[in-house]
Design a protein around this ligand. Structure first.
Ligand SMILES: NC(=O)C1=CN([C@@H]2O[C@H](COP(=O)(O)OP(=O)(O)OC[C@H]3O[C@@H](n4cnc5c(N)ncnc54)[C@H](OP(=O)(O)O)[C@@H]3O)[C@@H](O)[C@H]2O)C=CC1
Ligand SMILES: N[C@@H](CC=O)C(=O)O
Length: 342
C-alpha cells in the first residue's frame, strides 16, 4: 500500500516509528505500507521506491527538516507535485487543527480525494467544518475517508459509534474528550500543582494542541463533540452552536469543593435533545460515582452514548499521547486495508 503523510510533528514522527515497529505484524495480514512521500510546511520527501523508515527516524532524531533528507528530499515539494505522480493510494493528513477555517487540511484532503486517493486524518478542523461535503466527495470518488483519531485519539469514540451503534438512534452524547484538561485537573487535585505547572507537563508530553488554548478553553472538547454530533446524529451544527467554557478559571478551592462532596471536577461535553432541539455544552462539571464517566482519570477520556435500541454504551480509556494518536491513525489504515482497499 503506497502511502503519503502530510505533517511531521509529534503524531507524524510517532506514526513513522510505529509503522516501522509493527512491520511484521502488519505483513501477517498482508499489509505492507510503503511510505512514498512526506511533507511538512517547508517541503518534503518523494521517493517512489519507498522512503527508508529507519533512516527517516534517524533524520527526525537529529531534528533535520524533511527537505534535507538525503534521498528524495526537496524544498518546496507540494501535495500537487506528489499527486501528479499518481503514485499514492492513501494520504494521511496530520497538519494542525484550525477551528476557524479547517485549513490547510480541507484543501489537502479535497485534492487527495479528487485525485482518487483514500484519506485518513487526525486533524479535527476539516472534519468539524466540512465532514459531510468531504464524505460526499469520497463516496462520489468511491474512496474512503477515515477519521478515527479525531475524537479522542486512541479512544474509539467515532468508529465505535459508526460501526457498533449502527442502526440505533443516538439520543445523547456525553464526553470527557480532552486528555490535557483531564490531566491538568487531576494533577491539581492529587499533587496540588498549579494550573500552569500542570499545563506545562501536558505540553512537554506532546498531548496539548499546537495552540494549547484549544485544550484549556474547551475548544478541543467542543470540536470533538461537534464531530460526534454531526457524524453520529446526522446534524450540521457549527462550533458557534456550542456553549463553551474551559478550565482556565478553575482554582484549588473549586477542586477541593468537588472532592469534599465526593465528586471529581471534569471538563464535560454534552449533546442532548430537549423539546426536539439539540443542545450542546462544554463546561467544567462535578461528576459523581454514579456517572458513567466518573472513572475517567489522568490523560484518559471517555464517551457515553444513550441510544433507542442499544441502551447506554460507555467507552473509556484511550489516554492521550503521541504514540496512542499514531496508533489510532494506524488502526484506520489497517481497517481500510481490511475493507479490501489497498
Ligand atoms: N498530539 C496529539 O496527541 C493528537 C493530535 N491530533 C491532531 O493531529 C494533528 C497533528 O498533531 P501534531 O503532530 O501534534 O501537530 P504538530 O504541530 O506537532 O505537527 C504539525 C505538522 O504539520 C506540518 N504543517 C503545518 N502546516 C502545514 C502546511 N501548510 N503544509 C504542510 N505541513 C504543514 C508542520 O510542519 P512544520 O514543522 O514545518 O511547521 C508539522 O510537521 C493535529 O491536527 C492534532 O489536532 C489528534 C489526536 C491526538
Ligand atoms: N490535545 C488533545 C489531543 C488529542 O486530541 C488532548 O489533550 O486530548
Amino acid at each position: 500500500m503506497r502511502i503519503g503523510i502530510i505533517g511531521n510533528g509529534g503524531v507524524g514522527k510517532a506514526l513513522i516509528a510505529l509503522i516501522h515497529e509493527k512491520k511484521e505484524k502488519l505483513a501477517k495480514e498482508g499489509l505492507h505500507p510503503l511510505l512514498c512521500a512526506q511533507l511538512d510546511s517547508t517541503g518534503g520527501i518523494y521517493d517512489v521506491e519507498g522512503i527508508d523508515l529507519k533512516q527517516l527516524m534517524h533524520h527526525n532524531d537529529k531534528k533535520e527538516p524533511l527537505k534535507d533528507f538525503p534521498k528524495g528530499g526537496s524544498a518546496g515539494l507540494s501535495i500537487d507535485d506528489v499527486l501528479e505522480e499518481n503514485c499514492l493510494e492513501v494520504l494521511i493528513e496530520l497538519t494542525p487543527t484550525n477551528k476557524e477555517t479547517g485549513e490547510p487540511g480541507i484543501r489537502y484532503i479535497t485534492k487527495a480525494l479528487e485525485s482518487g486517493v483514500h484519506v485518513i486524518t487526525a486533524n479535527k478542523g476539516p472534519v468539524m467544518i466540512a465532514y459531510h461535503s468531504l464524505k460526499t466527495l469520497a463516496n462520489q470518488k468511491k474512496r474512503q475517508f477515515w477519521i478515527g483519531c479525531t475524537t479522542g485519539g486512541a479512544l474509539p469514540a467515532i468508529n465505535g459509534g459508526l460501526i457498533d451503534l449502527a442502526g440505533a438512534e443516538i439520543t445523547s452524547i456525553t464526553g470527557v474528550l480532552n486528555g490535557t484538561t483531564n490531566y491538568i485537573l487531576e494533577e491539581m487535585k492529587s499533587r496540588g500543582c498549579t494550573y500552569l505547572e500542570a499545563l506545562q507537563k501536558a505540553q512537554k508530553d506532546g498531548i496539548a494542541e499546537t495552540d494549547p488554548s484549544l485544550d484549556v478553553e474547551g475548544w478541543d472538547t467542543a470540536a470533538k463533540l461537534l464531530i460526534l454530533t454531526n457524524v453520529l446524529m446526522d446534524q450540521s451544527k457549527q462550533l458557534s452552536d456550542i456553549k463553551v467554557k474551559g478550565i482556565t478559571e478553575i482554582d484549588q478551592a473549586e477542586i477541593g469543593k468537588a472532592t469534599s462532596e465526593g465528586g471529581k471536577l471534569k471538563l464535560v461535553g454534552r449533546t442532548r435533545i430537549e423539546k426536539e432541539k439539540i443542545l450542546m455544552t462544554v463546561q467544567p462539571e462535578t461528576l459523581y460515582p454514579e456517572d458513567f464517566l466518573f472513572q475517567v482519570d489522568g490523560k484518559n477520556k471517555g464517551v457515553h452514548y444513550t441510544t433507542d435500541t442499544l441502551g447506554d454504551i460507555a467507552i473509556l480509556g484511550g489516554a492521550s499521547g503521541l504514540s496512542a494518536a499514531a496508533a489510532a491513525v494506524l488502526r484506520d489504515l489497517v481497517n481500510l486495508h481490511r475493507s479490501g482497499c489497498g
